[in-house]
Ligand binder design. Structure first.
Ligand SMILES: [Zn+2]
Length: 249
C-alpha cells in the first residue's frame, strides 16, 4: 500500500478515466469503455474528436484483441463510459467489439432513450444506438447475472440507473463501482457529493452502505476515476473510510 497524491498544485482533484478487462473462467468482459475516438464532445475539449491509440495499445499490451471480448458492461451511460462501445468505420459507427454482447441496464437505457428522443444526446446517438441497431444489445433488469461470476449492484445517484458490478464466485473478489465516488475524499466523507451528481438525495446513503459492505474485506474496489492505479481496499477511518491503493504492476 502507498500514499497517493490526490490534489494537484492548484488543489484540484487529480482523476483519471479507467476501463477494465476481466477474465472469468468462461468469458472476457470489458467494464466501461472510456471516451472513444472521433466523437463530437464539444463540452469536453480534451475528449472532442480525439484520435489516439491509448485504448487499443493498453488492450494489446494485456494480450487482448477487440474480437476476444464476450461482454461489454457499463456502470452508466455517460460519455466517458460508453465511448469505445463504437468506432468509426467508413463513416458509420460500428461495434468496436464485434463478437460481444453489450449489456444495458433497462432503467439507465430507457432514461437516456427518452431524453435522446426529445433532444439529441450525442453519446447515446453515436455510442449506444448503433449497438442496438447492430443487434448486439441486451437490455436487462438489475437482478441480471452472467454465469455465477457476475452480479449487478444498483447504485442510483450519479445517474438514475447507475450500477456497480461484483465479480467472483460465492464471494465478491472484485467490485467495479464506476462513478459512485470520484475521489477517496468521498470515502472519508461519504456525504460529500460532486458537481456531476444530479440526484443529491440518494448518494450519501448508497455510498456509505456500499463502503460498509466492503470495509475491512479483501475485495478489490476498482474505481472509475480515482487517481491511477485506481484500485483500492477499504478500511474504517473515524466516522468514514480510508482507501488503501494497490501498487501499480
Ligand atoms: Zn465518469
Amino acid at each position: 500500500m502507498r500514499q497517493q497524491k490526490l490534489l494537484d498544485d492548484s488543489d484540484l482533484l487529480i482523476t483519471c478515466l479507467q476501463c477494465y478487462v476481466v477474465k472469468t473462467p468462461h468469458h472476457t468482459i470489458m467494464v466501461d469503455t472510456g471516451v472513444g475516438n472521433n466523437k463530437s464532445r464539444s463540452g469536453w475539449p480534451s475528449w472532442h474528436m480525439k484520435t489516439d491509440d491509448i485504448f487499443q495499445k493498453a488492450l494489446n499490451a494485456a494480450g487482448i484483441t477487440f474480437d476476444q471480448i464476450d461482454f461489454v458492461m457499463r456502470t452508466h451511460l455517460h460519455s466517458d463510459h460508453v465511448g469505445w462501445n463504437t468506432r468509426l468505420e467508413n463513416g458509420r459507427w460500428v461495434p468496436t467489439f464485434p463478437n460481444a454482447r453489450y449489456i444495458f441496464l433497462r432503467t439507465e437505457f430507457e432514461y437516456w432513450y427518452e431524453l435522446n428522443k426529445k433532444s439529441s444526446v450525442p453519446e447515446f446517438a453515436d455510442s449506444v444506438l448503433p449497438i442496438v441497431e447492430a443487434g448486439r444489445a441486451e437490455i436487462v433488469e438489475n437482478d441480471h447475472q452472467i454465469a455465477d461470476h457476475i452480479r449487478m449492484l444498483p447504485t442510483p445517484g450519479h445517474t438514475l440507473g447507475h450500477v456497480a458490478f461484483a465479480f467472483g464466485r460465492n464471494k465478491d473478489h472484485a467490485v467495479f463501482w464506476g462513478d459512485l465516488m470520484y475521489s477517496p475524499l468521498q470515502a472519508l466523507y461519504p456525504e460529500l457529493s460532486g458537481s456531476m451528481t444530479p440526484i443529491r438525495r440518494k448518494p450519501p446513503s448508497r455510498r456509505r452502505a456500499f463502503l460498509e459492505r466492503y470495509c475491512d474485506t479483501d475485495t478489490l474496489c476498482c474505481t472509475g476515476h480515482f487517481v491511477s492505479p485506481s484500485v483500492v481496499r477499504i478500511r474504517r477511518k473515524g466516522s468514514g473510510f480510508a482507501c488503501d491503493f494497490l501498487q501499480a504492476q
